[in-house]
Design a protein around this ligand. Structure first.
Ligand code: ZN
Length: 262
């Protein structure tokens, strides 16, 4: 069974809030799932924006169920697969494919120092093409509009691989401390390493940090020794390392808010 069948099957079985953030370039509906425990904080988690990293879509379906069963604080939105067209290409033809159906790398298509990343290219391909302009693709437009409509307090972008956490994008002062503190919570729960972002730009996380002024994290799942695309059976060990992330981040923010409002 391919990812699309699994995802739409999961969608049919999901009894809570759900819907579609929009469609892909080829017209496939992009599902989201919501779990509401308390109003604050709002967390948004998205996966498979890079085609070959579709293990993260399976992960997000498990994380949605887990948060539904065990989460206590916050409202969580799960978008398991932003790049469904690209995933099809990675599943059928080229296991190293990252881009969407247009050959645009969706995670460099956001207006956050657009085009200034060290690996950015200006021609179509299976990775690193920034696109004609920020938000040139339906998938990035849909993710932008959905994000602006639910106004998250924090976002998580699930990628593979390397067991690393990226958290910085030119934040300064107090924000750096706050965001690094949250990265530390994610590191504690997963055992993953916190890394500097280096010369990347145009990512969803970068846009969240710079334009929305919220903490945002890229979490790279899966041991670096695994090869792309990571096999579906690996999702259970990845899940065990990641299941406490969303409950812990939402609980931390909820508690902080309680103290700040006293
Ligand atoms: Zn990626």
């Amino acid at each position: 069974m391919d990812l699309s069948s699994s995802l739409y099957g999961f969608y049919d079985g999901w009894k809570k809030d759900k819907g579609f953030i929009g469609t892909t370039q080829k017209g496939a509906l992009i599902p989201f799932f919501a779990v509401r425990k308390t109003e604050y904080p709002v967390i948004l988690a998205q996966g498979a924006i890079h085609a070959r990293e579709y293990i993260t879509a399976y992960l997000l379906m498990l994380l949605a169920r887990h948060f539904d069963a065990f989460g206590r604080f916050g409202t969580a939105y799960f978008i398991p697969a932003v790049n469904l067209d690209g995933v099809k290409i990675a599943e059928r033809f080229d296991g190293s494919y990252k881009a969407n159906a247009n050959g645009v790398d969706l995670n460099v298509n956001f207006p956050a120092r657009f085009g200034s990343g060290a690996k950015n290219v200006t021609f179509r391909g299976k990775e690193n093409y920034i696109g004609k302009r920020p938000f040139s693709e339906r998938e990035t437009e849909a993710l932008r509009d959905f994000t602006l409509s639910v106004r998250p307090d924090v976002t998580l972008s699930y990628h593979s691989k390397g067991e690393e956490i990226y958290w910085d994008f030119h934040q300064t002062g107090k924000r750096r401390e706050k965001d690094l503190k949250l990265a530390g919570i994610i590191a504690d729960k997963t055992g993953y390493k916190i890394r500097p972002s280096g010369l990347s730009s145009g990512g969803y996380k970068d846009w969240c940090i710079e334009s929305l002024s919220i903490p945002a994290f890229t979490i790279e799942v899966g041991d670096d020794g695994l090869s792309h695309p990571i096999e579906r059976k690996e999702v259970y060990s990845v899940f065990l390392k990641n299941r406490e992330v969303i409950p812990a981040v939402t609980e931390y923010l909820w508690t902080q808010n309680l103290w700040n409002s006293r």
